[in-house]
Design a protein. Structure first.
Lengths: 596, 358
């Protein structure tokens, strides 16, 4: 590099530049002195009155409507109490004051305050659903406790209460994991926990907003720094018929069990009720440990949704499907008869008919009408367990119905292979005999039975039950059944209600066809009458059927836990609901559900 | 022959880094992430880099300038395709647990290249071609940064071009034209490029109470924090404004306000003096430089450094609009710290390889 260049002019310009920089530095220093020395007191006073708060803006969750426009889930305005813990001069005193209001207890409040996250600007919801007296007390002590603030919020309300608690579902607080994965969630956010609230949570949930405000030392709002407005969730119309749902709830009364009704033409669910039920609004606010304990320790398990999670032996309701299977496979003809003498010995064991005296000569239609067990023991022997399992599978047994609601049970179809793989014990030939009358290793939900009966009612199309209409969903799956065989089975099911020896004659005044079922909880010993059993060992009672007889519009499936006989308990319950359904929808075009 | 490293400059850098680490540690409690350990690591790496680079002879830098500049350009292009996006800006490479911001390093490369280019120009003033060369070199890298888009970092390329043209020398009429051009670009930019919120920021400087809780909020908070510091400060980790997170971006753009609230007029003056000392020592390195390249290199680094300090403090003190320009060596950020140390290391090479009493 060249040495001794003429650097004179460059040096001069460099010096000028350096001088300029130092002049600017001087100006900055003067400014610092102005802010810190001359105006120091002013800015310090500003700092006192300069509290930034992040106020959550609640978003309104979408309403849920039934098919006739009744509101099933609504929002009520409510007052919530917010605490900005870092602003408190004396946090312990504040917590005592809050506890004194009666909205929460001091101990759990302490724990929550100590475990709060690092986001110091975010408030904690320390009280929900405040009454007017509580609001007034906070407001009158506002200057003592500027760190407390009463804000408007919403509380989920279910107008039909316990009648729709399982199907509509309830809310829960967001989990720790969800809080960590989404920055927009507030710890007091409630999301759908069960039922449609959970199924359609994304649709119903709006976008929570927030407002950043500056408040004075006594909590007065001085100005809004930034605001992200909240967005409401969308309203949802479901296929449920709230009126029928209430009828079902009343008809079932105090008994445990469930009622499921679907429209056989498209699978739209009209009723989905599980008893015993509970008040879903318990979950709309802070759930007290007492109420939670009461719900979870109840031996009748009110939180369980029996319509989707309760699996029961289907009993005689399985018979029409096995009859159809045997007809289609060519193993029996409609005129094939069996002589029922009250019992039969198969594989070295005596198997009984429910009617001790026997039915005498029984053909296909009569076997359904009178629900003769001997006929089906013999028919089951011809089919064999594998063919029975395959045909039950065709009608949707042993698999979820695809309704989309959380925790749907699959039920069970026992086979020798299942026995080996899952149960780990050998299969007994006698078990197949039990399966042929819906006992033993075969379990189904009320929803599965409603769906299977819908396939009989609508001429052989397996629909997917749904509560929310999804235009993309395939409507149904055509089972391609032989229509003459199907007609014979359907005639048998009509005789169940209208025949002289029908097991569901209590419905005879209604245009209903269907099947009763009585599922044993324990095997009856010789000489023991089922009526003498302890309540928890009583049989489960079934009735599944459709109405009207021509172009059926509704399939209703009723199961009553430990209810005794299907004909004596389940059928009358179903009758009440069928009556209401037929009154509401007397085949008039506007009400026949074709708009869905 | 090689002289010893400039102890005053090292002292100033160490002082600023020390104050920065104290501030980052205090802020860590508020923002909830441990900033100290990372920044300490970067500070050590920076000091080491500074010392190592100061030992390399100056003529090596002149020779390597085109290579560095080429690498700078390549990295800026690459980041546009493979970079990580942070709040809308595609400007970071993820390297294991670290992220590197090529726009910070490309600026050092641009300074080297411009200095090398001007080192070959021997006249009292730049010819039109030489001046155009300077403009082209800066525009190429700055343009790529603007594409990320990163307005703050793009702006820090501006003093490189202006200082280079000033040092190289332009006739008076050229400066008049440049000022007219700047006004024209300013007006055009105001009406087309700048978004409403950016205009609001500028207007807020002239009228601080324009929108105290909206656009003026950040600057207002910053002034409250600085002012509340008073003479002696509220103590490190004590200031209510920083502690309660009322102050925005307190580990980056507004880090000085945290320091000023904590240590008051005494601490703020001390930090400002450290920056003045650092710039003075850069000036001394330029003064002893015997080559045009060395002199211009040192002043370019000084010019850019001074620009960032003045613009950042001007923003924190409510004199200039908020632009997202950080305070070098003080704001949180590894790439900025390391690239600053690289630039200072090169300046120290000028100082150590000066010729005396020849």
């Amino acid at each position: 590099m060249e040495i001794r260049e003429d650097l004179g002019p460059v040096r001069l310009r460099a010096i000028m530049l350096l001088l300029t920089v130092f002049i600017l530095f001087g100006a900055l220093h003067v400014r610092i002195a102005q802010l810190q020395i001359l105006e120091g007191d002013h800015w310090r006073a500003m700092a006192e009155n300069n509290r930034l708060r992040r106020l959550p803006l609640a978003s309104v969750r979408g309403r849920i409507y039934d098919r006739r426009g009744h509101v099933l889930a609504d929002n009520l305005p409510t007052w919530n109490l917010l605490l900005f813990p870092d602003e408190a001069r004396n946090l312990d005193e504040t917590l005592l004051f809050v506890a004194g209001l009666g909205v929460t207890d001091a101990a759990s409040l302490h724990t929550r305050v100590n475990q709060r996250g690092v986001d110091r600007l975010a408030p904690m919801v320390v009280g929900e659903n405040l009454d007017w007296q509580q609001v007034a007390r906070v407001r009158s002590h506002q200057s003592d406790h500027p760190e407390l603030s009463v804000v408007a919020g919403f509380r989920r309300h279910y107008p039909f209460g316990a009648a729709t608690s399982h199907i509509i579902g309830h809310l829960r607080l967001v989990s720790e994991d969800e809080l960590r994965s989404s920055v927009n969630l507030d710890p007091s956010t409630r999301v759908g926990a069960t039922g449609i609230e959970s199924l359609a949570d994304d649709f119903l949930t709006g976008q929570a907003g927030e407002r950043w405000v500056v408040v004075s030392a006594v909590g007065r709002q001085l100005g809004v720094v930034r605001e992200n407005p909240s967005a409401s969730g969308k309203d949802l119309a479901v296929t449920i018929d709230a009126g029928l749902q209430q009828v079902a709830a009343q008809a079932l009364g105090e008994r445990a069990g469930s009622v499921v009704a679907i429209d056989p033409r498209n699978g739209a669910v009209r009723i989905m009720y599980s008893a015993p039920s509970f008040d879903p609004e318990l979950f709309s606010g802070p759930l007290s440990p007492d109420s939670w304990g009461e719900l979870t320790n109840d031996p009748r398990h009110p939180l369980q949704d029996r319509s989707l999670q309760g699996t029961y032996p289907p009993g005689s309701t399985i018979k029409p499907f096995l009859a159809l299977a045997a007809l289609t496979e060519g193993l029996v003809t409609p005129n094939w008869t069996v002589h029922c003498a009250g019992s039969v010995i198969l594989h070295g064991h005596r198997f009984r008919c429910w009617r001790r005296g026997g039915h005498g000569k029984v053909d296909l239609e009569h076997s359904l009408e009178a629900s003769c067990d001997i006929y089906y023991y013999q028919l089951g022997q011809r089919l064999g367990i594998d063919r029975m399992a395959r045909w039950l599978g065709i009608f949707g047994f042993g698999q979820p119905t695809g309704i989309g609601l959380p925790s749907e049970a699959s039920g069970l179809i026992g086979t020798p292979e299942w026995s080996r793989r899952v149960r780990g014990t050998p299969w007994y030939a006698g078990e197949a005999v039990s399966v042929s009358i819906g006992q033993g290793p075969v379990l189904a939900t009320a929803t599965q039975l409603a769906r299977a009966f819908a396939a009989l009612a609508n001429g052989g199309r397996l629909v997917t039950p749904h509560v929310v209409v999804d235009p993309d969903q395939a409507g149904f799956f055509d089972l391609d059944l032989d229509q003459t065989h199907l007609a014979r089975v359907k005639r048998g099911l009509e005789s169940v209600v209208h025949g002289e020896t029908g097991t569901a004659r209590s419905l005879a005044g209604l245009p209903v066809a269907g099947k009763t079922g009585t599922a044993q909880v324990v095997r009856l010993q010789e000489g023991v009458d089922s009526k003498d059993l302890a309540p928890h060992l009583q049989h489960h009672a079934w009735f599944v059927g459709w109405a009207p007889l021509v172009d059926p519009e509704i399939v209703i499936s009723v199961v009553v836990e430990h209810g005794g006989g299907g004909g004596s308990i389940a059928a009358p319950t179903a009758a009440t609901i069928f009556t209401a359904a037929l009154e509401q929808s007397p085949g008039s075009p506007s009400n026949n559900g074709s708009q869905e | 022959m090689e002289h010893r490293i400039d102890a005053w400059l090292v002292l100033a850098v160490a002082g600023i880094l020390g104050a920065s680490l104290v501030t980052q540690n205090a802020v860590s409690q508020v923002v909830g992430t441990q900033l100290l350990a990372r920044q300490l690591l970067w500070a050590c790496a920076g000091m080491l880099t500074l010392i190592i680079l100061s030992r390399i002879r100056l003529d090596h830098y002149a020779r390597l300038a085109p290579l560095a500049y080429g690498l700078g350009l390549a990295s800026l292009v690459a980041v546009l395709f493979f970079g990580e996006v942070r709040s809308g800006t595609r400007g970071w490479f993820a390297v294991g647990p670290l992220t590197l911001q090529p726009s910070e390093f490309a600026r050092v490369a641009t300074i080297l290249m411009v200095a090398a280019w001007l080192g070959r120009c021997s006249g009292r003033r730049l010819s039109a071609k030489e001046a155009a060369g300077v403009a082209a070199l800066v525009l190429a890298t700055a343009g790529l940064v603007a594409l990320e888009p990163d307005l703050g970092v793009t702006l820090t390329y501006l003093p490189v071009a202006v200082t280079a043209l000033w040092l190289g020398g332009l006739p008076r009429w050229a400066w008049i034209w440049l000022v007219i051009l700047a006004i024209f670009v300013g007006v055009a930019g105001w009406n087309t490029v700048l978004k409403d919120f950016q205009k609001e920021r500028v207007l807020t400087v002239f009228n601080p109470e324009r929108d105290p809780y909206g656009v003026g909020y950040q600057v207002r908070q910053s002034k409250i924090a600085v002012g509340a510091g008073g003479l002696a400060g509220e103590g490190v980790g004590q200031g209510s404004q920083s502690l309660l997170r009322y102050l925005p971006a307190q580990h980056t753009d507004f880090a000085f306000a945290v320091w000023a609230e904590a240590t008051g007029f005494v601490g703020a003056t001390g930090l400002l003096l450290a920056y003045a000392l650092l710039l003075y020592r850069i000036g001394m390195a330029a003064a002893v430089a015997e080559s045009r390249f060395g002199l211009i290199l040192a002043i370019l680094v000084g010019g850019w450094f001074a620009f960032q300090v003045v613009v950042n403090l001007g923003m924190v003190l409510g004199l200039l609009p908020t632009t997202g320009i950080t305070l070098p060596l003080f704001s949180y950020g590894g790439s900025s710290l390391l690239s600053t140390c690289v630039a200072l290391g090169v300046v120290q090479s000028v100082w150590r390889h000066r010729l005396v009493n020849q």
